[in-house]
Design a protein around this ligand. Structure first.
Ligand SMILES: Nc1nc2c(ncn2[C@@H]2O[C@H](COP(=O)(O)OP(=O)(O)OP(=O)(O)O)[C@@H](O)[C@H]2O)c(=O)[nH]1
Length: 364
């Protein structure tokens, strides 16, 4: 029975807490919505019985204020569910809470215990509004708190606390404010660090470390995203392979081979960096994706590039050598075929270029 009901209960709580959002992401929006909804729940669960008891006891001021807060928080949950506007919702939580706390301080609260609730202000302000705004709000609260304590008789406050207790209330509120700010600062620092690490990891997972070009994964993602952004016509996929690269490695060493790949990558970037996406597709193979371009002008462009590379001197000054490139080009329309099929076709053209003696271009 428990096993049957537990997931259902969990789903209801999850749905309530995230107000219908999945809550899977770690975004600030999800975090704030969760906090506001939980706060509304706790607020209602606490103020409602408190208000009812105060009403039964005939303490109408306390009953009216706590029941108003319970109604407000219920409204706030519904408002947030409908609008996801957590900015407004967090204000609806915090500022009435300020008013309630001022009232409890001013009146002394039930049996003169009103001050015990003010400590929730600091963490709630930090949770809801972050470090900077939270600090301003806590400072504002502290100033009003001190003003209430400084002028009790003149403004007719009904609390009855000794000067010593009032001092300690201020000090302990300050300590809690400081701890909450420090906690929020550490949290923000950790999130910042995590975001940077995750960005770096994301970039590394899509980048070839030798040439700094996109790797196969990064390139496939870009070609697929391009489809989503509806640039669907007249795309070109160019696959380029260095001819007899094994000989370069064998003759000049692996390091020189690496330098050739780096220099070649820079040439690719210089020629197509602005208009196309360039990747290191495999060992000595590169894939260039040229989106939304006139296909007829691509082949001459590639031909110019082939000739340029042919004329460049690679290796040491006293021991230079030349390399040549073979190319396969496929015209690619997202509406007519899949990315894989287009890449296969470019690959087939490259194969033909290799069989045709290398240092040439084959295309659709
Ligand atoms: N220096 C270096 N060599 C690499 C790298 N990745 C792959 N290679 C080398 O690239 C060479 C590819 O050789 P093959 O596949 O036989 O092709 P090829 O010699 O270029 O001949 P064709 O492609 O048929 O013209 C191999 O010797 C690999 O070791 C790399 O990152 N650095």
């Amino acid at each position: 029975m428990f096993k049957l009901l537990a997931p259902r209960f969990k789903a209801i709580i999850h749905n309530y807490a995230f107000g219908g959002l999945s809550g899977e992401d770690l975004s600030e929006q999800s975090r704030r919505i969760l906090l506001i909804n939980l706060f509304c729940l706790v607020g209602v669960l606490f103020t409602l019985p408190h208000g009812i008891l105060a009403f039964i006891d005939g303490d109408m001021m306390i009953a009216a204020s706590t029941l108003s807060i319970a109604s407000l928080y219920t409204f706030n949950h519904i408002y947030l569910r409908l609008t996801f506007n957590y900015e407004v919702s967090s204000n609806i939580i915090l500022y009435p809470l300020f008013m309630l706390m001022f009232f409890l301080l001013y009146s002394g609260g039930v049996a003169q215990t009103g001050f015990v609730w003010i400590y929730c202000i600091a963490p709630v302000a930090m949770f809801l509004h972050g470090l900077k705004r939270g600090l301003i709000e806590i400072t504002f609260f502290l100033i009003i708190l001190i003003l209430i304590f400084l002028f009790p008789n003149e403004i007719g406050a009904t609390y009855n606390w000794s000067a010593e207790l009032k001092k300690r209330i201020v000090y302990s509120f300050l300590v809690l404010g400081f701890l909450s700010a420090f906690y929020e600062y550490s949290r923000m620092k950790s999130i910042h660090l995590l975001r940077n690490i995750s960005k770096d990891l994301e970039k590394a997972s899509k980048t070839d470390p030798l040439t700094n070009l996109l790797n196969r994964r990064g390139m496939l993602e870009i070609i697929r995203d391009n489809n989503a952004s509806k640039k669907i016509f007249d795309n070109a996929i160019v696959i380029c392979d260095v001819d007899f690269f094994k000989k370069v490695n064998d003759q000049y060493g692996h390091n020189v081979g690496d330098e050739v790949l780096i220099k070649l990558s820079n040439e690719f970037k210089e020629t197509w960096g602005k208009d196309a996406h360039i990747s290191r597709w495999g060992g000595e193979e590169f894939l260039i994706f040229i989106p939304s371009s006139l296909f007829d002008i691509i082949q001459p462009e590639v031909e110019r590039f082939r000739k340029r590379i042919e004329s460049i001197r690679f290796g040491a000054l006293d021991n230079p050598f030349h390399i040549t490139l073979s190319f396969g080009i496929a015209r690619f329309d997202y509406q007519k075929e899949t990315v894989d099929a287009a890449i296969n076709r470019a690959d087939k053209h490259l194969y033909k270029a290799k069989n045709h003696g290398r240092n040439c271009i084959f295309s659709d």
